[in-house]
Design a protein around this ligand. Structure first.
Ligand code: B12
Ligand code: SF4
Length: 480
């Protein structure tokens, strides 16, 4: 059957980071549909757009208009429309598009992605979605096509919420796939790859060589950090693709699209150290002239000298370390993230010896955290002096313990505005910190950091030329 997969337009606030990266989720779904005899059609309504500079009704809007997308849907006449909604912050825009498509056509609509995976019943209750996919989408989407084509039952299908013929709602638990090696590579051939691989608006602006491509090599993370929502999609079991298969995908990108840099977007790339070393060795043995990095961050406990050396030798020029806090007690008791700040010091030293770039992800404004804790975080960054430190404001994504805690204690309003689920402005206020405090402390963190931050480590290296840097809505490119 004909399935139209749409990456909806986005709305941004002043101060948001802007990136247009390849929609891996839709490409995985399209690939599985194609393999199973269906006809996937894809529209990435963000591809090729520059960052918006004009504000309307308090938002900066980017991408194709609703009218254009409705017209395309009518022209293509799909049997099913699939919308992705990766982030809660974009949910209102996605819902509005679904309502517009519903008003103009009779085509059934399914939604998937992080937001609805955490709140499936609430999303189904909106009325504009006929089906909600919970978690990994490949198998539920195939089952849904079968249901629509042949009338098969959805009763035993994992990972789907739906209304039956009597109008009763059902929510079937997700069951993450066991064998991720069997999932075909993303159907990149259905997209205009030039719009992504040469785009200056990459994740964290951290591209050194173009063309670049994003990929994932694993699914799921066993840790239970209180602020993290990725388990709502992938579950807690870390399932990895074999090194050979991962490097096959890299080689395909290298040969078919001339890609010279890879961005691994995994949540837990290095849990299996030996697998990562095997990936690195395979890149070297196939003589693939690439650089690579991890814009989504890596777990510092998994890094050691052997692994870092293999990474460096295979082209890794920078790792983002998800340190989160400079207070050991906040890490242990509030964030429940098992990181030793002392070990992180050692890792940064190893990376410096190997001449690798270091990028820190830090979070401020968690419930239970005090101003003194936040000062510790800033001081830790100043002590270790990464090349860049990124201070995010704690945000209670649905499906996280942080969200539940904030709802229970009233740290977020009952009817909170989903467009505020972003890390550059505070949505919550806590027992110790008002929203104004959190804003002030983030400004303080950046002032302190900007006053000391080092010159880029790659300055003067003729082989590396950082492209772009982070683009901030309403502000422009931050200097790289
Ligand atoms: C790369 C990434 C980005 C990239 C772009 C991703 C892209 N082009 O798709 C960039 C840098 C732009 C980005 C930005 C942000 N991100 Co982000 N991002 C990610 C990350 C690390 C990987 C996404 C990815 O490619 N996954 C791989 C693909 C295969 O998975 P997927 O897209 O989820 O698709 C699968 C399923 O979800 C499902 N599915 C998805 N869509 C559909 C549609 C249909 C029809 C069906 C049936 C199924 C289905 O099936 C797919 C295949 O199994 C995820 C974490 C994660 N591991 O998923 C966070 C994540 C999605 N981001 C998150 C957040 C919060 C943000 C920001 C708000 C952060 C901020 N700065 O404030 C911004 C929002 C930007 C905006 N436009 O407003 C959260 C979302 C949580 C939430 N509920 O809001 C996540 C889950 C990480 C987290 N912190 O918990 N992000
Ligand atoms: S923050 Fe990282 S380490 Fe923690 S649960 Fe999420 S993916 Fe795992």
């Amino acid at each position: 059957m004909k399935v139209l997969l749409i990456n909806p337009p986005n709305t941004y606030h002043h101060g948001d980071d802007f990136a247009v990266t390849f929609p891996l989720g839709l490409a995985y779904l399209a690939s599985v549909l194609e393999r199973n005899g269906h006809e996937p059609l894809v529209i990435d309504s963000l591809a090729g757009f520059d960052p918006p500079t004009e504000m309307t009704d308090g938002f900066y809007r980017c991408g194709m208009t609703e009218a254009e997308l409705v017209a395309e849907t009518q022209r293509l006449e799909p049997d099913l429309v699939g919308l992705t909604c990766a982030y809660t912050v974009q949910y209102p825009t996605t819902r509005s598009l679904a309502q517009a498509i519903k008003r103009a056509t009779n085509v059934p609509i399914v939604i998937g992605g992080a937001h609805c995976s955490a709140l499936p019943s609430e999303t189904l209750a909106e009325g504009c979605f006929d089906y909600v996919v919970i978690g990994e989408g490949e198998l539920p989407l195939l089952a849904l096509c079968d249901h629509l084509e042949r009338g098969s039952s959805l009763a035993g299908v994992h990972g789907i919420a739906y209304r039956d013929s009597s109008g009763n709602s059902h929510e079937n638990d997700k069951e993450p796939m066991k064998e991720v090696n069997a999932v075909p590579v993303p159907a990149r051939h259905l997209f205009d790859m030039n719009q992504y691989i040469n785009s200056p608006y990459s994740h964290n602006g951290s591209t050194f060589r173009m063309p670049y491509a994003t990929m994932i090599t694993s699914r799921g993370c066993p840790l239970k950090c209180t602020f993290c929502s990725v388990h709502t999609i992938w579950g807690r079991n870390n399932r990895t693709r074999d090194a050979q298969q991962v490097v096959d995908e890299i080689e395909e990108l290298y040969r078919e699209y001339d890609v010279r840099e890879i961005h691994f977007e995994d949540d837990m790339l290095t849990l299996d150290r030996q697998r990562m070393i095997d990936i690195c060795r395979e890149i070297v043995s196939r003589k693939l002239d690439i650089t690579w990095t991890t814009p989504n961050g890596v777990y510092v406990n998994t890094l050691n000298e052997d692994l870092l050396t293999a990474m460096k030798e295979s082209g890794c020029y920078q790792l983002a370390l998800a340190i989160e806090s400079g207070s050991q007690s906040v890490l242990r008791t509030i964030m429940k993230k098992n990181i030793s700040l002392q070990y992180a010091r050692e890792v940064v030293k190893m990376m410096r010896r190997l001449k690798m770039g270091v990028y820190f992800f830090l979070i401020i404004g968690m419930p239970g955290e005090t101003e003194a804790d936040i000062v510790k975080t800033v001081e830790y960054a100043k002590e270790l002096m990464p090349d860049e430190a990124y201070f995010s404001i704690a945000t209670p994504y649905p499906g996280t313990p942080l969200y539940d805690q904030c709802r229970t204690h009233g740290y977020i309003p009952a009817n909170y505005d989903p467009t505020l689920m972003r890390t550059t402005q505070p949505l919550i206020e806590t027992e110790y910190l008002s929203r104004d405090d959190i804003r002030r402390l983030r400004d303080y963190a950046y002032q302190e950091w900007d006053a000391v931050k080092p010159a880029p480590w790659y300055e003067g290296d003729p082989n590396l030329s950082r492209r772009g840097g982070i683009y901030t809505i309403g502000v422009g490119h931050k200097p790289a």
